[in-house]
Design a protein. Sequence first.
Length: 250
Amino acid sequence: MTVDELARPVSRRMLGTETLLVLGLSLGQSAVYALVSLIAKLTATGGLSKQTAALNTSASARPYLDLTYQLLGIVFALLPVLLAVHLLARDPGDPARTLGVDFRRPGSDLARGAGLTALIGLPGLALFWAAAQLGLNATLLWWTVPVLILAAVQNAVLEEVIVVGYLITRLRQLNWRIGAVLATSALLRGSYHLYQGFGAFVGNAVMGVIFGLFYLRTRRVAPLIVAHTLLDIFAFVGYAMLPKSWFDWL
C-alpha cells in the first residue's frame, strides 16, 4: 500500500458506516433500548401511566461503591464523544471549532444557552403537564443531587455533541437535505427518551428541531450544552429539592 493510498479522501460510504457505528455505540443504542422499554411499559398491567422510569438508580447497597459505579458510568458514557471528536479531526480544520466547543465566546455561549433554556423550558413544562394529565408519561423517580448534576452535564455533552454537532456535520457531508438532517437529528433525540413516554418523545423531538436550527445557523454546540445542562439540572435537582406540595398540580 502506497502513501497516496493511505492518504486518500474518505468516501461517502465510509462516512455513512462511520456515522452508524458512532450512533450504534452511543445514542442509537439508547434509542433501541428505550423503544423496548416503552413496549414493555405499554404491555404491562395498568398501562404506561402506572409505570415508572428510574434515573440514576442505585447500583449497590454500599454508598461509596454505588457512587463509584455512578461516576464510572458517567465517565464511560462520554467516550463516544471523544470518538466523534477524534473522527472529526480527520476533516480539515480544528474539530473543536467545527463543533463550536472551543471556548472562544464564553459570554455569548452562556447568554445564548440561558435564552434557549427559557425558550425550551417553559413550553416543555406545559407539555409535561399535558402528557401527565393524559397518562402518556411514566412517573420519574429522582435521586441524589450531586450525581444528578454530573449526569446532567454528561447528558448534555453526549447528546449535543453526538446528535447535533457530529451527526448534522456528517449528514451534511453526505449531501442530505436540510429538512432530512433536522428530522433525523430530532427523531433520534426523541427516540432515546421513549422510555419516559410519548410526551417526552414529542417534547425532545421539538427541542431537537430548535437545537438543530440553532446549530446550523451559528455552528456553536457550546450554547446547546449550556442550555441542556441547565434544563436537566432544573428538572432533576429542582424536582428533588423543592417542596412536593409545589408539584401537586402534576
